[in-house]
Design a protein around this ligand. Sequence first.
Ligand code: ADP
Ligand code: MG
Length: 475
Amino acid sequence: MNPDQDRWSRVKERLRTSVGENVFSSWFARMEPESIDGDTVKLSVPTRFLKSWVQSHYAEKLLGCWQSEVPSIMRIELTVRSAVIRTLVAKAKPAETPVVRHELRDGKANGMEFRAASAPISAVHEALGGSPLDPRLTFESFVVGRSNTLAHAAAKQVAQGRRGDPVMFNPLYIHAGVGLGKTHLLQSIAWAGNASAERKVLYLTAERFMYGFVAALRAQNALAFKEALRTIDVLVIDDLQFLQGKSTQVEFCHTLNALIDAGRQVVIASDRPPSDLESLDERVRSRLAGGLVVEMGSLGEELRLEILKSRAAAWKHHHPSFDVPLPVLTFIAKTVTHNGRDLEGALNRLLAHSKLTGQPITLEMAEREVRDLIRPQEPKRVKIEEIQRIVARQYNVSRADLLSSRRTANVVRPRQVAMYLAKTLTLRSLPEIGRRFGGRDHTTVLHAVRKIENLVNSDTALAEEIELLKRQLQE
Ligand code: ADP
Ligand code: MG
C-alpha cells in the first residue's frame, strides 16, 4: 500500500526543521515513499551515492521523524529507484559467457575465502559510485621487480596512510605502457585502503569519473558536492588519458584542487607523463606534475618469470591438476611480450588446453599454444662486411677477391652468394649492395640474387651451404 501522502509531508516537514533547509534539499528533496510494510517504511532515492550517504549520516534522524508520526515504525529501508534494472543487467551477463571461459574466470581468483571476505569492501566502494574492483588485483599478488619498485613503494605508502596523516606526495602520478601493472597497483591501493573502515578510497576510471561521478555530483548542489568530497580520503583515477571534454576537465580540476587543498590523497595512472596529456589545461598538467611522478618500466624477463610463477601457483588452488613445469614458465617468460596481459593470456591457454584434453603441460604443447603471443625476434642485424668475411672464409678466397672485378669461376660464385645473402639478411637496397661490392651496378646484384635463388631450388648441396652460412651469420 502507498503510505498516505499527508503523513509523508509531515515527516518531511519534521526533517526539514531538524536538519535545516540546506541539508534537507541536498539529501531528502528527491526521496520518495514506496510503501509501509508492517513496521518497515520503504523509501527510495535516485542514486546509490545518495542512499549510502543518507544511511550513514541520517538514518537515525529519519527513523526518529517517522516514529514521531507513526510510533509503530521500527525500520527504514532505502532503495535505489533504478536498482531493479541494474541488478537484472548484472545477473544476465555471466549466463551469456561460455562455460569454459566461466571456469577460467574462476581460475583467476586467488581463492574463494578471499573473495567472500572482499564482498563488504566492494559493497561500500560501489555505494560510493566507484568502478568495480577485481579481487585478484591486490598487493599480495603484485610482484615487485626492478621496473616497479618505486611505484610499488609509493602505492604502499599511500595505502597505509591514516586519516589525518600528513600527505607525503600529492598527487601520486604513475605512468607506464599498456599491461605493465598500473591498474593492478591502483586497485591494490583501493582494496588495502578500504580494508579499514576508518578510511574511504574511491577508485574510478576516467570514464567513470566523466559519466558517473561528475554527473552524480552535478545532480546535487554545491553543498552536496563539498560534503561528498569530504567523505573521500583517497581518490584514485585510472587511465587519465581518456579524460575528455572541456566541462569534464573543469570538474576534474575543481575536484583535484579541492581534494589536494583539503589534504586528501589523489592517485592517478596514465599511459603517459603529465606533460604529454595534450588535451589538458596547462595549469592542470602542472598541478599533476607537482606531486610525485613515477614511471614503471617494461617487465624484465626475471619479473615476468616471477609473475608467471605466482600466477600458476594461485591457479593451482582452484585447479589442482594444473601443473606447469618450470621450463615451460621459463620459456614463456623468455618469449612472450613484455605485456602482463599476454603473460596471463599464455597461462590461460595452457589451462584451457590441459582442462579440455586432460594432457599434462609440456614444452612442445606450450610452444604450440602460445605461438602467436611470441614476441617477434628482433632479427639480428647482419653487416655486409661480416657476410663478405664469412663467405670468403667458407670458399677460401679473400675479401678483396669478392670486391674485385675478377670473373674467374672460383670467385664469381662466392660473390653471387655473398650478394644474395646481403639482399636476404639485410635491409640494404640493391644499389647500396652494389656499391659495397666494389661499386657494381644494381642490375648485377639483381642478377646474382635471381641466379642463386634459382640454383637453391635445384642444387641441394648449395642450399645446405647457404643455410649453414646464414646460421653462422645470425648466431
Ligand atoms: P595496465 O593497467 O598498466 O595496462 P594491468 O594492471 O591491467 O596493466 O596489468 C596487466 C596484467 O598483468 C594484469 O593481469 C596484472 O595482474 C598483471 N601484472 C602486471 N604487473 C604485475 C606485477 N608486478 N605483479 C603481478 N601481476 C602483474
Ligand atoms: Mg589499466
